[in-house]
Design a protein around this ligand. Structure first.
Ligand code: SF4
Length: 209
């Protein structure tokens, strides 16, 4: 990223943070992944139970590793043979970590899910939700964000998981009803009724898909 793109992202992040505030959510600007990690750890009190549902951007800033090494109860679903038990534990966690498939300049978050464990935990359950979002995920409006989620994030994720869908073969969304589709549930987070629950760290970098 050159200095002009960096500056543009910095300016745009201020607009996104204002939009989030209007929706009772809190935004933060991190100029680097290292700063994003520091901010995320500040939002997570020591001793917290923490979990996540996927989230390449969360991994990209090194947050899961930092939590596993620190004084936290990190609930790793890979440690559970019973995946349903892992999902139920996530709903009762103090903190849920997530990236976003896309978001708008005025603070609306868009997420798509196959199993719905991630979108359901974002919607309710965990006491606090911390999003880590690269500025590459910010789109003009809801229409643009939905298009990004359907035409960029989802086709890349099906490749990642080795699924058998039309987009895995063509790279673009065919609005499929395949058994393997990951586009089962769409969550648009446009307002939080719960003060202090949703926090969004905007990272001036390209993170995730
Ligand atoms: S609806 Fe189907 S084709 Fe479209 S992105 Fe989702 S999985 Fe791929």
């Amino acid at each position: 990223m050159n200095e002009f793109e960096f500056k543009r992202n910095e300016l745009l992040a201020a607009k996104v943070i204002k939009g989030l505030a209007s929706r009772n959510m809190t935004g933060y600007y991190a100029p680097s992944k290292e700063e994003a990690l520091r901010m995320a750890l500040e939002l997570i009190p020591l001793g917290s139970s923490v979990t996540m549902g996927g989230g390449e951007s969360v991994h990209a800033i090194g947050l899961p590793d930092a939590l596993k090494q620190g004084d936290y109860n990190f609930i790793d679903r890979d440690d559970y043979e019973d995946k349903r038990a892992a999902m139920l534990a996530a709903y009762d966690a103090d903190v849920f970590l997530s990236s976003a498939n896309a978001m708008t300049e005025d603070g609306v978050l868009i997420n798509i899910d196959g199993n719905a464990n991630r979108v359901s935990a974002i919607a309710q359950g965990p006491k606090k939700v911390v999003f880590v979002v690269g500025m590459n995920k910010v789109c003009d409006d809801v229409d643009g964000a939905m298009k990004r989620a359907r035409n960029v994030a989802a086709p890349i994720n099906v490749q990642r998981f080795g699924l058998n869908t039309p987009c895995a073969k063509t790279g673009s969304c065919a609005d499929c009803k395949s058994a393997d589709t990951i586009c089962c549930q769409f969550l648009m987070t446009r307002y939080s009724r719960h003060e202090g629950r949703i926090h969004v760290i905007l990272v001036n970098d390209a993170l995730g898909f």
